[in-house]
Design a protein around this ligand. Structure first.
Ligand code: AMP
Length: 278
């Protein structure tokens, strides 16, 4: 496995790799969710690359950029054990030099949900992903369904801007009690950790209603709200039952629906979702 911080070196290592190249962008603090993306890429591609970069521009003021967990040595050991070929660890100064002034803004699908709760978040995400695609030139790029809106935004961007890359969505990896694995779960104290499966419980209860025939989206949102509100350590930021492509809130469901929610527990802001394919 080659590891570099230098872009010129990255480009020359990459240029020597023929055949399908798969990229897994990450912010480090790697866990089983990231590992599932790398393993999928390993199974599907001749060469596997990963990036580790805590992207400052996707954090809002007052968010956890400074406290975001950083575990570089463990991350590299995990990537090596999973068979990654090429890892890029760019510096913030290289990615955002002092005169940097070009940003990618995706419009409609980046506005609701996370976009409304975290202004500027997807501008930061879209911009770093464009830079990673330009630097690695992958044929395939792997992202987690855990960040469902991110996938919608990046698919839109790749299509709108004609990037020759296939975006691959990978299923959410969960703890045995249903909590979606996240680098931010380390912020949870013991009681908060016990409360945290409430997100998946709320999503599962709404899905159960769908499975038994409920098609009124407001009933599904209410089901989620009631369960979140019953957990004293949890406070709801949003619950949503939306069209998975437009992300517009649905009233009546007659095809697919993306159930999603954002919840604060202590100092952790947790998101989760279930995609119902209809
Ligand atoms: P991050 O390091 O949080 O930016 O995540 C890097 C990639 O891993 C993103 O595409 C995430 O959606 C994905 N990811 C994070 N957590 C999970 C999980 N529990 N299951 C599957 N993918 C995940």
């Amino acid at each position: 496995m080659k590891v570099t911080e230098d872009l010129a070196e990255l480009r020359s290592l990459r240029a020597a790799m023929n055949g399908v190249f798969g990229l897994v962008p990450t912010m480090g603090a790697l866990h089983a969710g990231h590992a599932s993306l790398v393993s999928r890429a390993r199974a599907e591609c001749r060469h596997v690359g990963a990036s580790i970069f805590v992207n400052p521009s996707q954090f809002g003021p007052g968010e956890d950029f400074n406290n975001y967990p950083r575990t570089l040595e463990q991350d590299l050991a995990l990537l090596e054990s999973l068979g990654a070929d090429l890892v890029w660890i760019p510096s913030p100064e290289m990615i955002y030099p002092p005169n940097f002034q070009s940003w990618i803004t995706v419009e409609g699908v980046a506005r609701p949900l996370e976009g409304a709760s975290r202004p500027g978040h997807f501008r930061g995400v879209a911009t770093i992903v464009v830079k990673l695609l330009n630097c690695f030139q992958p044929e395939r790029a792997y992202f987690g369904q855990k960040d469902a809106q991110q996938l919608v935004v990046l698919r839109r961007m790749v299509q709108d801007l004609n990037f020759p890359v296939q975006v691959v969505a990978c299923p959410t990896v969960r703890e045995p009690d249903g909590l979606a694995i996240s680098s931010r779960n380390v912020y949870l104290g013991p009681a908060e950790r016990e409360a945290a499966p409430v997100l998946y419980r709320a999503l599962s209860a709404a899905k159960e209603k769908y499975d038994t025939g409920e098609r009124n989206a407001e009933v599904l949102r209410d089901t989620m709200r009631t369960i979140i509100r019953a957990e004293p350590l949890a406070s709801e930021e949003y619950v949503s039952a939306a069209d998975p492509e437009t992300l517009n809130e649905l009233q009546q469901i007659d095809g697919k629906v993306l159930l999603s929610l954002a919840v604060r527990i202590g100092r952790a802001r947790l998101i989760d979702n279930i995609l119902i394919e209809g």
